[in-house]
Design a protein around this ligand. Structure first.
Ligand code: ZN
Length: 306
């Protein structure tokens, strides 16, 4: 039991794909590691950003569904996504964000963290940068934590600790911090008590789901069985080309995914060329021309570090 090793990726809904790329690859300096389509809706992009190699624990992904109305952040959602930045870099980040026209607050104490910069992406998605002991210059290093807001946190906490393998590392009034795995990033999840918080509504600027990482398909299979045995309605294993996935809704209403680390993003293009060309799964390759025609072009700004 408990084979989860932290966050694999977080997937959110964006509006315009170019604006999304300008922000995540340009302002935040992440690498666009995969430009593909939503496998369930191939006329929409699926854009993946992460570190240079697209490591699990660094992957923020988007479905640009510009026709969808703005969502509402609230209970039964991931209400904030925090990236780790090196210690001492918050002030520089604040300046960079403000220069890019982003309204940002901080560095300030927030939740369990001491130096946090709070801001939103161009679609209103809530983000944070958290100073933490991560290596290297000033870049975004991956996820620091994600915040789950749920109305009855006990059940969500029980699932995360008793089944998925997280352990409680900090507790405050209405807020619990859980950790899993031993990676430098992507280990933490904060559960906040959303009693009395209005339910969120899915739409542009909200998180669609959060994926937790497991080392291989064997670990995924046994975890899937465990979750199913508890009465959750879990999907079969789905081939997402870069990982295998199962999905289920946790008791607080947040959509959870369990994703395998392998095979990873270098499965269809070399590491140096990640994100440079539209990639399609084999079963959509025959429709490439039609799909490419239906997608607006996305130019990737070179994400020089802050
Ligand atoms: Zn996912």
């Amino acid at each position: 039991m408990g084979s989860v090793r932290g966050i694999h990726h977080v997937t959110a809904i964006a509006g315009d794909p170019q604006r999304n790329a300008d922000f995540y690859a340009g302002v935040l300096g992440l690498r666009l590691v995969k430009k593909t389509v939503n496998f369930d809706d191939p006329t929409t992009y699926h854009l993946y950003y992460g570190d240079a190699g697209g490591s699990p624990g660094t992957i923020m992904t988007f479905f640009p569904w510009g026709d969808l109305p703005r969502g509402k952040v609230g209970a039964a959602q991931v209400t904030a996504t925090a990236f780790a930045v090196p210690e001492g870099s918050a002030a520089r980040w604040l300046e960079r964000l403000r220069e890019a026209g982003v309204t940002a607050r901080g560095p300030q104490e927030e939740g369990f963290d001491r130096r946090v910069v709070l801001f939103e992406d161009p679609d209103g998605l809530r983000l944070k940068l958290v100073e933490s002991p991560v290596p290297e210059e000033s870049g975004v290093r991956g996820f620091h934590h994600a915040v789950l807001c749920v109305r009855r946190p006990e059940r969500t906490l029980r699932l995360l600790t008793e089944t998925l393998g997280f352990s409680l590392v900090a507790e405050a009034e209405g807020r619990w911090r859980l950790a899993a795995g031993d990676g430098p990033v992507g280990r933490l999840v904060d559960v906040v008590d959303g009693a009395g918080v209005p339910l969120g509504r899915m739409g542009v600027g909200t998180v669609h789901h959060i994926a937790f990482r497991v080392p291989d398909e064997e670990a995924q299979r046994s975890l899937r069985e465990e979750v199913a045995a508890l009465g959750y309605n879990v999907t079969p294993v789905i081939d997402r080309k870069y990982f295998r996935s199962v999905y289920f809704r946790e008791p607080g209403g947040v959509l959870f995914e369990i994703a395998t680390d392998p095979p990873g993003f270098a499965v269809d293009e070399p590491r140096e060329e990640l994100g440079s060309r539209l990639q399609l799964p084999p079963w959509l390759e025959g429709r490439r021309e039609e799909i490419e025609r239906s997608l607006p072009p996305v130019l990737v700004p070179s994400g020089e570090p802050a």
